[in-house]
Design a protein around this ligand. Structure first.
Ligand SMILES: [Zn+2]
Length: 204
């Protein structure tokens, strides 16, 4: 029977002084849900998508995905868990922890919404932009954060969400295209037992 693919968005960034409040987050979550519903049309294992913003650690099931929404890279969970030097992405990062083999995906909301400046104004299409950055990290999560790599996200030809974002960041109106959808669907299909997510930074 087709399952629900549940994506847990864990907001640890607050509301950026009102520039990304609960209603903006709800809009971004709805956008991510709609995009993911298109992706799973070609993934037989999944019939529906749920995007939750209120989850606790115990809510994360085997094939679920988790993305942390942090204020900035200074709060990086990836960096805290890294055992070697690494360069974080500008808008987000995804990496497997060496000790527990669990993957962390995170995005840096102030960078995406306010250009990295705490006094910066909100970018237009902020909700879609945040959704796009989350989807980028989650496609890393299922595609190339663990071995064997299914697809190297930064080397995809013709993708919008799947591309190198550093130096070429996503812009507000950009949305996943057929290439991105195929990369994501292929990874979800191949990862039959899912990818272990790091839930330890979620509310207990
Ligand atoms: Zn990337």
């Amino acid at each position: 029977m087709a399952e629900t693919l549940t994506i847990h968005l864990v907001n640890k960034a607050g509301d950026l002084s009102g520039r990304f409040d609960a209603s903006h987050l709800a809009t971004a979550a709805a956008k991510l849900k709609a995009w993911t519903e298109t992706i799973i049309l070609s993934v037989p294992a999944f019939g529906t998508v749920a995007v939750r913003t209120d989850s606790k650690q115990g809510d994360v099931k085997a094939r679920d995905l988790v993305c942390y929404l942090l204020t900035s890279a200074a709060d990086s969970i990836v960096a805290q868990r890294a055992t070697e030097d690494l360069t974080l992405g500008v808008s987000g990062s995804t990496m497997m922890g060496a000790a527990d083999k669990a993957v962390v995906s995170e995005v840096y909301l102030r960078q995406i919404v306010q250009g990295g400046d705490p006094r910066g104004n909100a970018t237009t299409n902020r909700e879609q932009l945040v959704a796009g950055c989350i989807l980028h990290e989650l496609i890393h999560n299922i595609s190339d954060a663990t071995t064997p790599i299914v697809t190297d996200v930064h080397k995809v030809k013709g993708g919008v969400i799947c591309r190198e974002l550093d130096g070429n960041p996503l812009t507000g109106p950009e949305a996943p295209n057929e290439v991105d959808n195929k990369v994501a669907a292929t990874a979800l299909t191949r990862r039959v037992t899912g990818v272990k997510q790091h839930a330890g930074a979620m509310p207990a």
